[in-house]
Design a protein around this ligand. Structure first.
Ligand code: AMP
Ligand code: MN
Ligand code: MN
Ligand code: MN
Length: 305
């Protein structure tokens, strides 16, 4: 991943003339990302990102390290989290941007999800063992360390066992509903997740809306409810979405008066995953989500550090 010609120790100097580049959806080794928080920040600096949100699944444990690394290179870190919810039997992800990680209500909520993750991992391990694939738990725990155990860790183990050629392949064959390693989980309710985020002073953003494969009617139902319970933003630019997805999300942002967010959902430098940063600009008629924390004078934000 080294880029020729760029000094790795390069410091970012934010001046009024610096082009701001936002990436408000990324993962570290604290969940299913490949980089440690420190390495993620370093890579973000190298590609020219000036404001980054670390959005690990159901945990803010990486934020302190990311904050320290960000301060060292003058990058603006938005403390954040990606919360797993279940809505009408679907897994829906809500990103909380600019949360205070010290908020007890938020941490209590996340703690419940962390327990659910641990229980689900045990059940996945047993199901896979019954299917003839033993040893998953030991392997995923070694990979995840103190971070969240996710299906991605199981996927990596199954690829390592030679059961499929790629992580994507493994999901389709083993880890999605109806498949041998899948365990249905009742995550947080939409209302609870948004409540925790709002209580922690953050902005609740519907992550990667195109991934839920909802019909227009169901998407409107989801957005009606999301608005009703205090949700304020939607990812319009997502690293995993197409141009048509962006247009559709932009239409929803306008129609529901939601703040527009931009995030790669970067996990690893592996080519199948979206790259860090390098996202197209938001349509100009939308209100960017960073207006929620940036002040008119500084242009760089003071509300969140
Ligand atoms: P979990 O929250 O533990 O159920 O894991 C969900 C994570 O698995 C997502 O955040 C993605 O990083 C990853 N994931 C989900 N579906 C796929 C897929 N089809 N291919 C590759 N990764 C996936
Ligand atoms: Mn993930
Ligand atoms: Mn997600
Ligand atoms: Mn994500």
């Amino acid at each position: 991943m080294e880029q020729p010609g760029i000094d790795p120790s390069h410091r970012i100097h934010l001046t009024p003339f610096t082009t701001l580049m936002y990436d408000l959806h990324t993962h570290s080794t604290n969940s299913d990302g490949a980089y440690t928080p420190t390495e993620l920040i370093r890579q973000a600096g190298l590609v020219g990102i000036t404001t980054l949100a670390l959005t690990d699944h159901d945990s803010t444990a990486g934020v302190a390290e990311a904050r320290q690394a960000a301060t060292a290179i003058g990058l603006h870190l938005i403390p954040a989290v990606e919360i797993s919810t279940t809505w009408h039997d679907k897994s829906v992800h809500i990103v909380g941007l600019g949360i205070d990680p010290a908020c007890p209500v938020l941490q209590q909520g996340l703690h419940g999800l962390q327990n659910l993750r641990a229980e689900r991992a045990q059940r996945m391990d047993r199901q896979l063992a019954d299917y003839g694939v033993p040893g998953a738990m030991t392997a995923v725990q070694a990979m995840a360390g103190t971070g969240m155990v996710t299906r991605t860790h199981f996927a990596r183990y199954l690829v390592r066992c030679g059961l499929a050629a790629s992580v994507r392949d493994v999901f389709d064959r083993y880890l999605t509903p109806g498949k041998p390693g899948y365990v249905a989980t009742e995550w947080a309710s939409l209302e609870a997740a948004v409540h925790w985020i709002n209580t922690a002073g953050g902005v609740a953003v519907l992550a990667h809306p195109q991934r839920y494969r909802l019909t227009g009617t169901w998407m409107r139902r989801l957005l009606d409810q999301f608005r009703q319970v205090g949700g304020r933003g939607i990812e319009v630019i997502s690293g995993t979405g197409s141009q048509a997805d962006t247009q559709s999300s932009a239409d929803y942002a306008k129609r529901y008066d939601l703040l527009a967010s931009v995030g790669s959902d970067f996990h690893s430098p592996d080519a199948v995953w979206p790259k860090l940063g390098r996202l197209p600009p938001l349509p100009e008629y939308l209100t960017p989500v960073w207006q929620a924390w940036e002040t008119a004078d500084s242009g760089l934000g003071t509300g969140v550090s």
